[in-house]
Design a protein around this ligand. Structure first.
Ligand code: FES
Length: 569
């Protein structure tokens, strides 16, 4: 082994390389490592356990299994921690910390002596953060996910976080179920370790990592508690050792073609809107940009094939048993770039040539028999969103696809919380709920775009209405909801100009979102716009200074390669 491999990589700077090497080996010996072990190449294992992250509860046994695979293949495993992001435990929102985790991951990969790395993540922001960091560090890397939760049971019905969380909460708000029943359901939604049980953001990103070629084939959907999850971990460790020899790095895997494949799979899954932001950010680190026009072309050409909640019926455990991502990719084969390579150095064409014995057509439909002939997500444009907005047509009410209504405006998250359930709120089911100042710069873009149906309408049985914001929405949510409006209101985007009573028009067929107010009046209103007060210190100040808008993936401008950076605001 060369001095540039294993423990000899990236020596601490004392001005004397031999001393640094001698000191490092001596300190490594204090961990009980023999000279024989210290002469081996090293696979780092980025671990993310946390008492505040239920989705990573199984981390210890995954690390053990990866280590076993690394050792058996002839290298030395070294686990190391990075920050962990448990979706529902973070204030104001986990999105604020995705870029921090990406920086942590990138810098720890680069700073510590390892020849390849296995990244273990799962919960929503962790996989995007790890991929972003790995692409920037560009060391051979493999993504391993913790895997989805298995379902629970309630009165004969299967339940899984978190589409069912929202469904039952909606029933409770509408007075359909009692306080006692919602308390019982609370204990039956999340019953195993692992990530949300539906095609939410975590599951979508796991499937995207596999499609990109950054995870071993067939591993994205294995349930967290299944023995095969540990087998996949062991195999990922062994594959990382093989990567040390092949030197295949993320910049050979995350390419324009593999990113397009990933967007296509996202459409076929009816996947999370958040995945557009995350995939854009991961691709951006590799210098790859997919314009919104191209996103719409891909969406219009790609049918929805996977029947999972929140847009369909099944859960992740069903998708896995049905054939997983390998089966989905086989159906999409005519639409995919087949000459991309994965971490094993195989082309997608070679991967898909492998035999597949059975596919459950209840959950993975054939290309010629899709659930919908077009993809689940589209980009919208118009004078309300000059830089674009995102709409999940697969999760929306078709009767609202061509709609015009009166705007009911909430100027902030606080305003929304204070007034949405006010019995005196002047609102009807045909109105359009508008939330301002919840974008990346103003509010770190929380998942507040799923504005609740006003209680008085919910109690009348209203289940959906058009809602618009510069916020995001949970991947497990559903409804006729326009998200990620850019530029955001806080930066003076036209969303800031909407006033109560204005008319707004959505056209899914034309892919437009329009404020029916003349240009001069919009300009007059925006001239009075005042930006929010900036935080003075710390990470919050850094975040506000550097975060980009949704079409750039909400990455920090200084972390993007120079050609990808947006113009200075
Ligand atoms: Fe972690 Fe849903 S809360 S994936």
């Amino acid at each position: 082994m060369t001095q540039k491999q294993g423990i000899g990589r990236g020596l601490t700077n004392y001005g004397d390389a031999d001393f640094a090497r001698y000191l490092r080996r001596s300190f490594a010996r204090s961990m009980g490592l023999s000279r024989e072990m210290l002469d081996k190449p090293i696979v780092g294992i980025a671990t993310t356990p946390s008492g505040f992250n239920n989705c990573h509860r199984s981390m210890d046994e995954l690390v053990e299994a990866v280590s076993r695979g690394v050792l058996a293949a002839g290298a030395l495993p070294r686990a190391f921690p990075t920050i962990s992001l448990g979706e529902v435990f973070l204030n104001p929102t986990s999105m604020m910390f995705r870029n921090l985790m990406a920086m942590d991951t990138e810098e720890m990969i680069r700073a510590q002596p390892m020849d390849a790395v296995v990244l273990i993540g799962g919960c929503d922001k962790t996989v995007p953060a790890q991929l972003m960091g790995a692409v920037s560090a560009n060391l051979p890397a493999i993504q391993l996910v913790t895997g989805p939760m298995s379902t629970g049971r309630h009165r004969g019905e299967r339940l899984g976080a978190c589409t069912d969380c929202r469904r039952f909460w909606g029933k409770y708000r509408g007075g359909e179920i009692s306080r006692e029943e919602i308390d019982t359901i609370e204990g039956r939604l999340s019953v195993t370790s692992g990530t949300c049980a539906v095609m939410g953001t975590a599951s979508t990103m796991a499937c995207i990592a596999e499609t990109l070629g950054m995870s071993l084939p067939g591993t994205a959907t294995i349930p967290a508690v299944h023995a095969d999850r540990l087998v996949a971990a062991e195999a990922s460790g062994a594959a990382a050792v093989a990567l040390i020899k092949s030197r295949i790095a993320p910049d050979q895997i995350v390419t324009q073609k593999s990113v397009e494949n990933a967007f296509r799979v996202l459409m076929a899954l009816g996947g999370s809107t958040n995945a557009i932001i995350h995939l854009t950010a991961v691709a951006g680190r590799a210098g790859v940009r997919t314009p919104m026009q191209r996103l719409n072309e891909i969406s219009d050409e790609t049918p929805v094939l996977v029947d999972l909640k929140p847009v369909g019926e099944g859960y992740m455990e069903d998708l896995h048993a049905a054939g997983g991502i390998p089966a989905v990719l086989r159906e999409l084969r005519p639409l995919l770039h087949l000459d991309v390579i994965d971490i094993e150095g195989r082309t997608l064409s070679e991967r898909l040539d492998e035999p597949m014995d059975w596919v459950d057509r209840r959950y993975i439909r054939a290309l010629e028999d899709p659930i919908s002939p077009v993809g689940g997500l589209i980009a919208l444009h118009g004078n309300l969103a000059p830089d674009g907005a995102i709409f999940k047509r697969a999760a929306a009410t078709e009767a609202l696809f061509e709609t015009e209504g009166r705007a009911i405006v909430f100027t902030s998250l606080e305003d929304l919380a204070n007034r949405i359930d006010d019995p005196d709120l002047d609102v009807t089911a045909s109105d359009v709920l508008v939330l301002q100042n919840a974008g990346p710069h103003a509010a770190t873009m929380p998942e507040a775009g799923y504005l609740p149906i006003p209680r008085k309408l919910a109690q009348q049985g209203v289940k959906d209405m058009l809602r618009i914001s510069d916020a995001r929405m949970s991947g497990t949510a559903f409804g006729t909801i326009v998200l990620h409006v850019a530029p955001e209101a806080a930066l003076g985007g036209p969303l800031a100009a909407v006033r109560n009573g204005d008319r707004i028009r959505l056209s899914v067929s034309r892919k437009t979102i329009e404020l029916l107010v003349d240009d001069a009046e919009i300009a007059r209103r925006l001239a009075d716009h005042r930006p929010p007060v900036e935080p003075e210190r710390g990470y919050a100040a850094l975040y506000r200074r550097a975060v980009t808008q949704a079409p750039e993936g909400c990455d920090f401008d200084f972390l993007m390669p120079p050609p990808m950076r947006p113009a200075v605001r």
